[in-house]
Design a binder for this molecule. Structure first.
Ligand code: NAD
Length: 336
């Protein structure tokens, strides 16, 4: 059986997700939620969604009476994730929520609690965990094929165009760290398989740049893990980065691009020799696999590998990164 998804927000990333239902084995698109009735009808015609399953942000709560909808996928600006996740859970639906899961850890905690109280699953849209290259990099590191992981370098960033919600604190929650630096943070955590115990960060934002009146541009942050491994990370809104490298006692694995929509590539260094390392193909592209993972978890009762709790861990670490940068000191984290 295929579970039915309602997509909330028909912006740029929804355009990436919507065509991917065609390849899903356990998920189908059944409903759309948009502020624009004209846009909703246009998308409905394109993707075969019936008129009765179109909602706007006010009529959204009526999804509770629609058995075609099992899961709500929130693809709105970050500042709206909390509200729509709570409303979806109150309507008795499971939730897929885009990253970052909320503006603050406190909001993220409420989202986890609300879905738990409603007996519904909450998953965060960390697509890289379903992507072939990232899965292979994780396998290589965890299998010890580069020895013990010692130093991770992870860099993510792009040169942001002005005048958009990502630069508005209320809608974005923060700057590059919330939007793109979170990929560096995720990579450091999923590659090592460890939780950081100490965070230090420097914010180098040029506040005379009008884009960064409300949110940060570049943050350099370091994470220390219990094994002694460290991560050196970049998050940027004024320079282009998409790569990571894990260096171990016997070699290294590098991905560049690392977390792109497609075309990610690995290089592996072992015995002082470096070669391209094509990842074994996965059955599904990362987007369809992500959609199906939540459907399968709903049917089996398993917790998603990128649950709300996983998103909450990132939110807590991001807040520690902001605290460290603001106060100019390392911040200790308790391993939750
Ligand atoms: P976008 O600006 O392209 O689309 C946002 C949509 O929300 C638009 O359709 C807009 O009309 C709607 N919206 C509703 N209320 C709004 C309001 N008050 N202000 C502004 N827009 C409003 O953004 P996007 O790139 O699609 O990002 C949406 C979410 O998806 C974000 O949380 C972002 O971090 C996430 N995202 C994830 C990935 C990924 O690879 N996982 C990639 C891009 C974006």
């Amino acid at each position: 059986r295929k579970l039915g998804y309602a997509i909330v927000g028909l912006g740029g990333y929804a355009d990436v997700i919507l065509p991917r239902f065609a390849e899903c084995r356990a998920s189908r698109l059944t409903a759309l939620v948009s502020g624009s009735p004209e846009k909703a009808r246009r998308y409905a015609a394109r993707y075969g969604v019936p008129e009765k399953n179109l909602y706007d942000y006010r009529s959204f709560d009526a999804i509770k009476d629609n058995p075609d909808i099992d899961i709500v996928y929130v693809i709105l600006p970050n500042g709206l994730h909390h509200e729509f996740t709570l409303r979806a859970a109150a309507a008795g639906k499971h939730v897929m929520c885009e990253k970052p899961m909320a503006n603050t850890a406190a909001e993220a905690q409420e989202m986890v609690a609300a879905c738990r109280a409603a007996g519904r699953k909450l998953m965060i849209g960390y697509r890289s965990r379903f992507e072939a290259t990232n899965r292979e990099a994780i396998r290589i590191v965890r299998a010890g094929e580069i020895g013990a992981a010692r130093v991770v370098a992870a860099e993510h960033g792009f040169d942001i165009r002005p005048n958009q919600w990502r630069l508005d604190r209320a809608l974005a929650g923060g700057g590059s760290m919330m939007d793109i630096g979170i990929y560096s943070l995720q990579a450091a955590r999923y590659l090592t398989g460890e939780e950081p115990v100490l965070v230090s960060a420097v914010d180098t934002t040029d506040r005379t740049d009008p884009r960064f009146a409300q949110v940060e541009d570049t943050v350099l942050f370091q994470l220390r893990f219990p094994s002694g491994a460290t991560a050196n990370c970049v998050s940027a809104y004024s320079s282009h980065h998409n790569r990571y490298r894990v260096t171990g006692s016997k070699g290294w694995i590098e991905a560049e691009p690392a977390t792109a929509y497609e075309g990610n590539r690995l290089r592996l260094n072992q015995d002082w020799r470096t070669r391209d390392h094509p990842a074994p193909p996965t059955a599904l592209n990362q987007f369809s696999a992500q959609l199906d993972h939540l459907s399968e978890c709903v049917m089996s009762g398993d917790e998603p590998i990128v649950s709300g709790e996983e998103g909450l861990r990132d939110m807590r670490i991001i807040e520690a990164i902001y605290t460290s940068a603001r106060e100019g000191r390392a911040v200790a984290l308790s391993v939750a």
